[in-house]
Ligand binder design. Structure first.
Ligand code: SAM
Ligand code: SF4
Ligand code: F3S
Length: 451
């Protein structure tokens, strides 16, 4: 095997490939913060690695098969070299655990999302005992207490910060309650400590994460309290949170939009379907009228607040009328960004065995919905041309010739900046646009009011 016996004394190289949501991205960074302590360095060239970690997602499609396919690729790459230590982490690891270890002998270690605090010990256990290891216990309290001691070295202008994990809502289509476990909210003080550390190390924007981020509740501290506390920290410029559930858009959280100076005016609020019949069958626990009520309340506070969403098309039982309801919803709410997918049956969930609707019909509906969503986005971006927006600059573009940043509504903006602009909020005049990106120019010495 390619890994040396006592990694703490030497430089090992880990390659981490991440699939799935922002929480997996956050986890991959934290896993690296941990394995650094036993001598690992990160490599972006997987052929150099002596440890290959796959952080997996189970949300849709043939998630499990994708992992085996990926392992097959690694096997080929390392055919004439020493075998790397192969770790499968994330939601597929949690769902498949021993089965995966049994089916694919090339995997050395399986570790689930609530066990990452044990990753160093498990790697060393594998090396010392020459055993293949499986660790998939749910222990989020110990995990976060461990990671609280080793610092979050994101080092980015915009950093993720997980505040909540797991889910108790059990939508009938979703694996998350099974792969991430029951809802857990991190202690308030831990989050503030991590936020301070991030800000001290250059972070200007914090994106609070959770599978149900607005269900955050730790000893009666809620997401609204967290936002108001984080915005008091000196150096923080922007706060966002994702992903929220309509049921947890409580009055106190809505009210924060009246008072907060740092909370950005974009809400990712997945609706899944515009039909009450389908929402009920999905076990979403809210109606479309309740969703619209939240929308109206927030727009009533600030018309500049925009929405983005997730849609599932072709859920079992979806008829033309139901699809029309979804289509009508996107004419009423002009979501500025959305994710839409065809329903994918997930093993172990309530909807797994329901009768699927015709694939061709689902595909046609998805295409129709996406065309309209894209058209709305295009129009929105066009309407911003010749306007001046506040842009938080995150980094240089790949060719180092321009800079990349984001507007208050999270839209990508590219303009003629340089390294010294990184980390600043700058007024940028938008000149052209496409569906996903705005292209602008720096404003020199302008006192103009920005949009
Ligand atoms: N907690 C969030 C909520 O309730 O809206 C969603 C989190 S889930 C990780 C992200 C998105 O994946 C969902 O909003 C849904 O649109 C999509 N998704 C989940 N299960 C799916 C499935 N079985 N088929 C297709 N899309 C799915
Ligand atoms: Fe999945 Fe529903 Fe929980 Fe969101 S609320 S994570 S969609 S079960
Ligand atoms: Fe995927 Fe797990 Fe996130 S299933 S979407 S990585 S919570």
């Amino acid at each position: 095997m390619g890994l040396k016996k006592n990694p703490s004394n030497m430089s090992q190289k880990i390659f981490i490939k991440t699939f799935g949501c922002q929480m997996n991205e956050y986890d991959s960074n934290r896993i690296f913060d941990s394995v650094k302590k036993i001598g690992f360095k990160k490599t972006i060239n997987y052929e150099d690695a002596n440890c290959y970690l796959l952080n997996t997602c189970h949300i849709r499609d043939k998630a499990k098969e994708k992992v085996y396919h990926e392992i097959g690729r690694v096997k080929k790459i390392f055919r004439s070299k020493k075998k790397p230590l192969v770790i499968v982490a994330g939601c597929v690891a949690q769902a498949e655990n021993y089965e995966m270890l049994n089916r694919e002998p090339y995997i050395d270690l399986i570790i689930g999302p609530q066990s990452y605090h044990k990753i160093n010990d498990k790697i060393l256990e594998h090396i010392n005992k020459k055993q293949r290891v499986e660790e998939t216990q749910f222990d989020p309290a110990s995990k976060f207490s461990y990671f609280n001691k080793i610092k979050n070295n994101s080092g980015k202008v915009s950093s993720f910060l997980t505040i909540q994990e797991g889910c108790d809502k059990f939508c009938h289509f979703c694996v998350v309650p099974y792969t991430r476990g029951p809802e857990y909210s991190r202690p308030f003080c831990q989050i503030i400590d991590e936020a301070k550390y991030l800000i001290d190390n250059g972070t200007k924007e914090i994106i609070l994460l959770g599978q149900n981020v607005n269900a955050y509740n730790n000893e009666n501290y809620k997401l609204s309290n967290l936002i108001l506390e984080i915005e008091k920290l000196s150096g923080i410029e922007r706060i966002r949170y994702t992903t929220s559930h309509p049921r947890d858009m409580t009055e106190d959280l809505i009210d924060v939009y009246r008072h907060s100076k740092k909370l950005m005016p974009l809400i990712h609020l997945p609706v899944q379907s515009g039909s009450n019949k389908i929402l009920n069958r999905m076990n979403r626990k809210h109606t479309i009228e309740e969703y619209l009520e939240i929308f109206d309340k927030l727009k009533g506070i600030n018309t500049n607040i925009e929405f983005s969403s997730d849609f599932i098309i072709g859920y079992p039982g979806e008829e033309e009328e139901d699809f029309k309801d979804t289509f009508n919803l996107i004419s009423r709410i002009k979501f500025i960004n959305s994710y839409s997918f065809i329903f994918s049956p997930r093993p172990g969930t309530k909807a797994a065995d329901l009768k699927l609707i015709d694939k061709k019909v689902s595909m046609e509906r998805l295409e129709k919905l996406q065309n309209q969503l894209f058209e709305n986005q295009l129009m929105k971006n066009k309407s911003l041309e010749e306007k001046t927006l506040n842009v938080l600059v995150e980094n240089l573009t790949e060719d180092n010739k321009q800079v990349f940043g984001r507007s208050e509504h999270m839209t990508s903006v590219i303009f003629n900046g340089n390294q010294s602009d990184v980390g600043k909020i700058m007024p940028i005049k938008i000149k052209t646009s496409n569906r996903s990106t705005l292209f602008g120019e720096k404003i020199v010495n302008s006192n103009k009011k920005v949009a």
